[in-house]
Design a protein around this ligand. Structure first.
Ligand SMILES: [Mg+2]
Length: 265
């Protein structure tokens, strides 16, 4: 088998926090690497697991940090689920437990949002800071009546002042327990759907793509689940010691995204 080379891919998928930036700071060299990859004709997408910010806000942040980006360059778990439902349930009627950015993504994909169980062909569950008993009840009734069942994320821990609120995984668990149904597909990493949808948009097959990220379970996990090559960067959540003790091993280990410069020329 030929040795993989960092420059041999058609598409490069990047996790954001810990990979391209850390909080509000760009990882040194990330702007040059992305510009170089683009100049070399490579296709790029940025992936985020967070369903509660819209793609435009990620694009604005990247642009502000020196990486020009449009919302089309970003796929978060809301956008991935919207793209999936566009093909799975075109113009479907969906009852949503989730916030406005998710609702807007779904509407942008032609999905119709409903509030009553009897109108719903599917239930979509995400993180929702305004969830009520009535919403959970309508979603449960829809599932009991046979609506399909999707989620943006298996869990997203969302810190708020004073602690943590229940995450989307808790809402999924509630609905599964109340309805006796199991969620059918999840969009967020490490489920492969987000990578599949990003690559569909780019028009590149999984075998021709490299997934780059700072977390073994989510970023390396999603790349492997989708059939991509994977690169772990050590600029974020994972240390060399973590890597040594992990059963999940990436194809490449890089100190940071700056080490991709050899692929960008
Ligand atoms: Mg990360």
């Amino acid at each position: 088998m030929p040795r993989l080379s960092l420059s041999s891919f058609e598409a490069y998928l990047f996790d954001l926090d810990g990979t391209v930036y850390l909080g509000e700071e760009l990882i040194a060299g990330a702007d040059r690497v992305i510009a170089g990859l683009r100049a070399a004709g490579k296709k790029i997408a940025f992936l985020s697991n967070k369903p509660i910010a819209d793609c435009a806000s990620y694009a604005d942040k990247l642009t502000r940090l020196g990486i020009p980006a449009s919302p089309q360059d970003i796929v978060n778990s809301s956008a991935a689920l919207a793209l999936f439902l566009q093909q799975e349930l075109p113009a479907g009627r969906v009852l949503v437990i989730g916030e406005q950015p998710l609702i807007e993504e779904l509407q942008g994909a032609g999905i119709r949002i409903v509030e009553q169980a009897r109108q719903a062909e599917a239930v979509v569950v995400s993180w929702d800071r305004a969830v009520t008993y009535d919403k959970l009840n309508e979603a449960t009734q829809a599932l009991l009546a046979g609506a399909r069942f999707f989620a943006t994320n298996p869990d997203v821990a969302c810190p708020v002042p004073g602690g943590f609120l229940p995450d989307s995984g808790a809402f999924i668990a509630f609905l599964e327990a109340a309805s006796g149904r199991k969620v059918e597909a999840v969009a967020g990493k490490p489920a492969p759907l987000m990578v599949q949808m990003a690559l569909k948009r780019l028009g590149v097959p999984c075998q021709r793509a490299l997934m780059v990220g700072d977390r073994l379970q989510t970023d390396v996990g999603v790349g492997k689940a989708a059939g991509c090559a994977t690169a772990l960067v050590l600029s974020g959540a994972t240390s060399r010691q973590d890597l040594q003790s992990s059963s999940l091993q990436p194809d490449f280990v890089l100190d940071s995204i700056a080490d991709l410069s050899e692929a960008a020329c």
